[in-house]
Design a protein around this ligand. Structure first.
Ligand SMILES: NC(=O)c1ccc[n+]([C@@H]2O[C@H](COP(=O)([O-])OP(=O)(O)OC[C@H]3O[C@@H](n4cnc5c(N)ncnc54)[C@H](OP(=O)(O)O)[C@@H]3O)[C@@H](O)[C@H]2O)c1
Length: 341
């Protein structure tokens, strides 16, 4: 199997190439700059890897660069600025697509713009296969299944501040901050109401943590497989404040990568709360270490499953493309645990 990585020269791209090598899947490193692609291949230690230069402004060249691959993992952000040409190239080339975006409005555009084209081309497109969008969507599916019919789902990112964000993540957050958060209400997406979100008690704790409405991928992906009146999203208020403080100057001063020991010591935690129309409640959580490392694991396994097992053509949420419990269980050897109650 051969899987292309667009943006292979970046931090997440290099981790993704390393994960492909670990899985003994042939990586093809694609991006705009030959020197940076070569440096990435050398840093990962992949000898003889193919590197291909393809600019986003050259649709035919971009499609050619991934046409003989079974899938492409797109790691080039901000996706709001650079994502759509890679999705279009994947559909043109007949190559399945996953990406590592967390950008809510971009994910919405991928569903709106590309679903029909992907269906006609027989291509599966799964955006948001990162440590928040992937596990968050899967755990929300499993949690909501406990309270059918569902009235409301809250998906929350409860990772603590201080785990470290790459410059690429900071740049992506800064690029989308003005777009504001969406929520899903009565069958349509609209600007989030901004209504107060109750503090959340994280699993294993008794102390409620203040949370704030925030644009997470789940608001776009979960309504595709959970029929609920309302779906909204939040993160810890202290983390929201960190993202809100980003300016072009501060973004440029953030290190390009997160140091390996800090990366491995960090943890991520997604929690879903579902309320039934009869007032019944269910909660689910999924947690693991090393957000960037796990993002590479999640994106590679997502692409591998599309290539090996296939899925319905079109733009899909993670829970539409993969069996939720099976995918989360696959992550267990990487330190991921989950529970629904
Ligand atoms: N949601 C999550 O949990 C999560 C987790 C991990 C990553 N991500 C997302 O993944 C993305 C990458 O993050 P990162 O830390 O890896 O960033 P990064 O190190 O800055 O890498 C960005 C990559 O995009 C490429 N790129 C940027 N602008 C481009 C353009 N105009 N044309 C072609 N290629 C371009 C860069 O190529 P050059 O090397 O040539 O500059 C580089 O390969 C971000 O959007 C981040 O938010 C999300």
């Amino acid at each position: 199997m051969r899987i292309a990585v667009y943006g292979a020269s970046g931090f997440t791209g290099r981790l993704t190439v390393a994960e492909l090598c670990r899985r003994r899947i042939t990586p093809v490193l694609v991006g705009r700059n030959a020197d940076r692609l070569g440096a990435a291949a050398a840093e990962v230690g992949v000898t003889g890897a193919e590197t291909r230069v393809a600019d986003l402004a050259d649709p035919a060249g971009l499609a050619d660069a991934i046409a003989d691959c079974d899938a492409v993992v797109n790691c080039a952000g901000p996706f709001t600025l650079w994502g759509e040409p890679v999705v279009r190239a994947a559909i043109t080339a007949g190559t399945h697509y996953v990406d590592t975006t967390g950008e809510q409005h971009y994910i919405q555009r991928v569903f709106d713009v590309f679903n029909k084209e992907a269906e006609h081309a027989g291509v599966t497109v799964v955006p948001a296969m990162a440590d928040d969008g992937g596990p968050g969507d899967l755990i929300a599916n499993l949690t909501a299944a406990r309270v059918t019919p569902v009235d409301e789902v809250l998906i929350a990112d409860l990772r603590q501040p201080g785990g470290g964000a790459s410059r690429g993540t900071a740049r992506s957050m800064a690029a989308v901050f003005d777009e504001g958060a969406l929520e899903y209400l009565d069958g349509a997406w609209q600007p989030a109401s901004g209504s107060q979100v109750e503090p959340i008690v994280p699993p294993g704790s008794t102390a409620p943590v203040p949370v704030t409405t925030f644009a997470l991928p789940g608001v776009i992906t979960i309504p595709r497989h959970v029929a609920a009146r309302r779906i909204h999203s939040a993160i810890r208020t202290d983390v929201a404040a960190l993202f809100a403080s980003l300016t072009p100057d501060t973004v440029d001063s953030i290190p390009e990568t997160v140091a390996e020991d800090a990366r491995r010591a960090s943890r991520w935690l997604m929690k879903a709360d579902a309320t039934g129309t009869d007032g019944s409640r269910a909660q689910g959580w999924v947690t693991g270490p090393d957000g960037y490392g796990l993002t590479a694991v999640i994106a590679v396994e997502g692409a591998r499953r599309l290539a090996a097992d296939g899925a319905r053509a079109g733009v899909l949420s993670p829970a539409q493309a993969y069996d939720p419990a099976d995918f989360l269980n696959f992550l267990a050897p990487h330190g991921v645990t989950w529970q629904v109650s």
